[in-house]
Design a protein around this ligand. Structure first.
Ligand code: 0A1
Ligand code: ZN
Length: 851
């Protein structure tokens, strides 16, 4: 019998009973038996008057000793912690000392202190610190930490500034009070790639990126990104770094992307290590963004943290918003916005439209690790983008300054955040707050009327029900609008309309009927519903001055067409083919933009769109028709493709900058199309000629998509067998791009490959995650995709529940599909739910997804 774990509710929040005035930790490292001695200086919290027991969280800890004010105390821990009854506690401040033993080597969940190939490292967010020592493991308990690490390894790191070191030991002091989730420790045989940094006010900071020997020549791009991030945060947000050192460590076994521990960021190695030979342009861009993200957390997350985990979007939404701004400044705002919206729709809209939908600020959870979601992160960032649009750039800057001065050193809430905006700008945000508390993607219908003198746009918003939230109020929706004349001139430059009611009209004087460009820059995370003719879409693709909507017009044209191909066997006609051809060869446009315009709608996106339009999607048919679409485009552009590929060749050495990357992306998109009509000759040649991973992977993808590439796969494996990060690509690509009928077979074969180290999260994601990303393969009518993924989740769950639970989201789209598929998914969910000993993580996810 499993007891169903209790949900935690926001409404139950109470401040902690005690204040932690200081923490001193001593680690004696040993792989199977690390000793952790903790000294906590505590005092009653005036915010919780009265006498209270002291409750400390603790899990999987062997308690060796416990002292209160120096005297031994007998007190047995339970499964989740330790209680010292109020009767034992003095009225004023007191000291609690504990010593525990933990087993880093046996820690396969990668939460708390664990080992990754001989190196010790930690992951404490959200609730991992309780697996290290007894402590009030909640973000509103902030304290300065001093740490001594003893171990037989050359590099011993923790948070803050180093205060002393010798053979086998090092001491660190972090003067900035922090919650335990920001604690970190690393020990290993590591080498540093270092650089100095001088802050705006003249403080010298030593920057180090710590990696395994042999990887030091792959750190330059991450270091360059870090320096640019630090400078940018000074210039744009006025935020300086606040310690003498900033350390980054790369580890191979990590559940997520990276972690912002104070002064000691820990990264999944795939988001640090890069060289032209091993990393693609996308890898470089992701490294830049994640380095920036973690660095920006130093102010938005660390100096100002979250009061409780319900407020997670306070730090994550804001930090994603900041890293998006940074990447836009470093590269192209237009291209960045399109990429961000593609991701938002693929992940967040999907989540928001299914059984896992939850508000940006949820009001209950069972396992907080399940809430590091696209909604908290990406929708959280969109909500801030809307706020900025509503209060203007100046209002935003004023509000952020106030936020930093008012809340520095505090654990804050979404209410605090909104109050800052109200106080700084005078704007009432009561209605706006619904974006934080209500789940679901609003649908906005638009009608237009023109009477010869006045042009009227009428908007109607609908906020669909989501789990636990059947009804919702109207949202504040900023709609950026432009109007064009039929000759292509802009007659109304971008103006922001504020939709606040269920239905609302806006009037504009117009002597000729204008063409509207609605939701420019994707000014709100909504689905726009409007009947638009292919001619009007083609017109906007050709003439819109807003780059996002220009791209969006092409996208919509393609999606309308693909939907008609799937539902009534339409064929790609010249309206779409010619429009895309014009953009492809338009030399006045950024190559990166042209590459994005050439990208066909994804299969999962198509399935969602068909479902929303009342059609049950057939994954195999979507796959076939999408291929037919690509082939038609290849034939239309065919004669000009070799010339385009030739013209985009970069003569000099590889550089990862946006200009060069944009040219490569268009070149590879063209190669991909050409491969569909030339028997693979150009791609085979390109594969052999490639001197960087972007082109190597680009050519390989083109061949695999065309059903070829077997020889190249063999060559790739032979060349890269020893490189874990590169081999992850090798595993993932052949599964993600396998023919739908073969995807499960290919996956099964690769799970028997000697290098399928399934306990490594990156490798597991590259294999099992790649199968769930192969839309038609995963949703194969046989149900074999569902079964294989469920089998592996059940195998991973006892070892690493967090990653198993994250990957179970593969199943969340089942309501879109036919009854057979629904039944098969439900059977897998039921099988998982009935598995004895299922983790709280996976149990919660499966429970939420079951019909
Ligand atoms: N705060 C990190 C992400 C992160 C979250 C949870 C983790 O373990 C459960 C690890 C990392 C970020 O936003 O980058
Ligand atoms: Zn973050």
């Amino acid at each position: 019998m499993t007891v169903s774990p209790r949900a935690i509710h926001l409404s139950d929040y109470l401040p902690y009973t005690h204040l932690v005035e200081e923490v001193a930790l001593v680690f004696r490292l040993a792989p199977k038996a690390t000793r952790v001695a903790a000294t906590l200086r505590l005092a009653p919290n005036p915010a919780r008057p009265g006498r209270h027991d002291l409750r400390l969280d603790g899990e999987n800890l062997r308690l060796l000793s416990l002292r209160l004010n120096g005297a031994a105390l007998e007190c047995a821990p339970d499964d989740t912690g330790l209680t010292i009854p109020a009767a034992h506690l003095p009225d004023g401040p007191f000291t609690v000392e504990t010593e525990v033993e933990i087993d880093p080597e046996g820690n396969t969940a990668l939460e708390g202190l664990y080992m990754s190939r001989g190196m010790y490292c930690t992951q404490c967010e959200a609730e991992g610190f309780r697996k290290i020592t007894f402590y009030p493991d909640r973000p509103d308990v902030m304290a300065p930490f001093r740490v001594r690490v003893e171990g037989d390894l050359p590099v011993l790191l923790s948070n803050g500034n180093p205060t002393g070191q010798g053979t086998g030991w090092a001491e660190w002091v972090d003067p900035w009070p922090k919650p335990a989730y920001l604690f970190a420790l690393v020990a290993g045989d590591l080498v540093a790639h270092s650089a100095p940094f001088r802050t705006a006010s003249g403080r010298e900071v030593a920057l180090n990126i710590w990696v395994r020997k042999g990887d030091e020549d792959r750190c330059a791009y991450a270091m360059d990104s870090l320096i640019r991030s630090m400078r940018w945060d000074e210039e744009v947000y006025g935020r300086e770094y606040d310690l003498d050192v900033f350390n980054i460590v790369a580890v191979d076994d990590f559940n997520m992307g990276a972690m912002e521990n104070k002064g000691l960021n820990i990264f999944n190695s795939k988001f640090v290590l890069a060289s032209p030979e091993t990393a693609t342009d996308d890898d470089f861009a992701r490294i830049e963004a994640i380095i920036a993200h973690e660095y920006f957390h130093n102010w938005t997350g660390n100096r100002i943290t979250c009061r409780d985990w319900f407020q997670l979007c306070l730090k994550e939404g804001l930090t994603v918003f900041r890293d998006q701004q940074f990447s836009g400044d470093m590269r192209s705002h237009a291209v960045k916005r399109i990429e961000d919206v593609l991701l938002l729709r693929a992940r967040q809209f999907r989540e928001d439209g299914g059984p896992l939908a939850h508000p940006v600020r949820p009001d209950s959870y069972v396992e907080i690790n399940n809430f590091y979601t696209a909604t908290i992160y990406e929708k959280g960032a969109e909500v801030i983008g809307m706020l900025k649009r509503l209060v203007g750039d100046e209002g935003y800057a004023k509000a952020l300054d106030l936020y930093f001065t008012r809340h520095d050193g505090q654990a804050a809430t979404i209410e605090d955040w909104l109050t800052v905006f109200q106080d700084a700008t005078g704007r009432d945000l009561t209605q706006f707050k619904r974006w934080y508390t209500e789940a679901g993607t609003p649908r906005v219908k638009v009608w237009e009327e023109w009477d010869g003198a006045t042009y009227t746009l009428t908007f109607e918003q609908e906020n669909p029900p989501t789990p636990g939230q059947p009804e919702k109020g109207a949202k504040v929706i900023p709609i950026a609008l432009g109007l064009l004349n039929p000759n292509g001139d802009e007659v109304l430059p971008t103006t922001v309309l504020e939709l606040t009611e269920g239905r609302q009209s806006f009037r504009f004087p117009a002597a000729t009927r204008p063409v509207p460009s609605i939701l420019r820059g994707f000014s709100a995370p909504v689905v726009l519903e409007r009947e638009v003719s292919p001619e009007e879409r083609a017109f906007l693709l050709a003439h819109d001055t807003d780059p996002f909507n220009k791209w969006e017009a092409g996208r919509a044209l393609a999606k309308d067409l693909l939907a008609r191909m799937v539902t009534d066997g339409a064929a790609p006609g010249p309206d779409w083919l010619d429009a895309i051809a014009r953009v492809t060869f338009d030399e006045t446009l950024d190559p990166a933009f042209r590459a994005l315009a050439l990208r066909l709608p994804g299969e999962d996106d198509m399935a969602a769109t068909l479902h929303a339009g009342g059609v049950t999607p057939d994954p195999a048919r979507i796959w076939t028709e999408r291929r037919r679409m690509a082939e038609a485009l290849a034939k239309r552009l065919g004669p000009q493709l070799p010339g385009l590929i030739e013209a985009l060749a970069e003569p000099g050495p590889f550089t990862p900058d946006a200009r060069a990357a944009g040219r490569r992306s268009l070149r590879i998109a063209a190669l991909n199309l050409l491969t569909r009509i030339d028997g693979g000759r150009a791609a085979q040649a390109a594969y052999r000629a490639a001197n960087n991973m972007t082109e190597e992977v680009g050519a390989l993808v083109a061949l695999l998509e065309a059903g070829a590439g077997q020889e190249e796969l063999v060559a790739f494996e032979a060349r890269w067998a020893k490189d874990r990060n590169v081999m992850d690509k090798w595993f993932a690509l052949q599964i993600a791009l396998a023919h739908p009928d073969r995807a499960v077979g290919v996956t099964e074969a690769l799970t028997r490959h000697p290098d399928f180290d399934w306990k490594n999260p990156n490798r597991f994601r590259s294999v099992i995650g790649a199968l769930s990303g192969n839309h038609a393969g995963f949703h194969h009518a046989s149900g074999a995709g569902y079964r294989l993924v469920a089998d592996w989740l059940l195998k991973l769950d006892p070892l690493n529940p967090q990653t198993a639970a994250r990957m179970s989201t593969a199943f969340d789209t089942w309501p879109r599909y036919d009854a057979d598929r629904q039944g098969m998914v439900q059977a897998e969910l039921a099988r998982m739910a009935a598995t004895p000993g299922l983790s709280r993580d996976l149990g919660e996810m499966v429970g939420r997804m079951r019909g």
